[in-house]
Design a protein around this ligand. Sequence first.
Ligand code: NAD
Length: 378
Amino acid sequence: MKIAAMKETYEGEKRVPLIPATVDKLVKLGAEVEVESGLGVTCRFEDEDYLNAGAKINSDRQALLKSADIVLRLRKPPIDEIELMKNGCIHVSYLDPFNENELVEKLKTNGINAISLEMIPRSTIAQKMDVLSSQANLGGYVAVIQACEQLDKIFPMMTTPSGTIKPARVFIIGVGVAGLQAIATARRMGARVEAFDTRPVVEEQVKSLGAKFVKIDLGETGQTKDGYAKQLTPEQLHKQKEGMAKACAQADVVITTAQVFGRKAPRIVDHAIIAQMQPGSVIVDMAVETGGNVEGSELDKVTEVEGVKIIGLANLPGRVASAASQMYSANLGNFIDHFWDKDNKEFDLKLDDDIIMGALITHDGEIFSETYKNIINK
Ligand code: NAD
């Protein structure tokens, strides 16, 4: 079974889907691995490194796509490459299916088995292949580093003969994977950290990282069976803004990570909140790519509103591309390994498996994912 890994075409993307260590793992499983020439250059992996790990190198992108049984990528495929792939090919990548109806339609009509990595269930067994977690974790780290760079104060307390500097105050809104890593990173750097999430279950996790949970009574909020936040009502959102205003006003840094699965990110920090913040403070809007949590944040820019700097940089994990590629590639390797039939040396697309039921969007010329059908038909 031939597994192909494609070079990323998205401008500015430095992460790579497959690194030599994972090639080695796949070859040991009995797979034939062929990578596009130059696959790893942005992370300083040469073709020779892939060759040494057991892969073949192919500089003819179209020929590689046509011959592969499994295609591995980072971002969603360019639409004009879909028809090059074999009918029945398994395509594994981020897919952003809810915003890519045309792409999904094309994958369907071309008989591609399209796995959307974002849709892998957040179960214990699937943790090892969960790219949302591996990348969000690094994103949370980078968000803190970016904030440090823009802030003209320091994070730790310093007592010196020249005087004492108080620790910076950091407020994290949204405590999923990215938020937890942001808390941990800010704490490691010595900041005083507060956090809030609409899911009250995270209070214990916040406390265990040495941060304070800001309590706001929003009434019933709950979470979905997969642990995702539910969308708030307009009244709840209003209450949340009121409750958060004080924590924002006291903060030197606010980091927002709030997402609601399958929807636009909630707008939780508005102009009125920003106007109450101290000039010179910094906001990092980690949700800028999905609509933004912060009024005034702009994609790939650092803007200034009422003297507050708002960082709206996209693709934060891509700023630590080497670490991010290592994790993404390991996630892909674990995904293949999990479904590898070791006797027949082939990928077993188990249609009744929970992970495949969650992540397989198109199969055999049809839409396979029930979640996709439900959300699209709403
Ligand atoms: P996410 O990226 O979907 O959202 C980030 C955070 O924003 C969430 O904690 C969410 O509750 C919060 N949020 C949404 N609306 C908000 C608002 N108005 N104000 C403040 N916060 C708001 O989250 P994620 O990091 O992908 O995690 C989603 C869930 O999956 C969590 O329950 C997490 O614990 C769980 N998870 C489980 C596993 C596993 O068991 N394998 C792995 C990773 C994550």
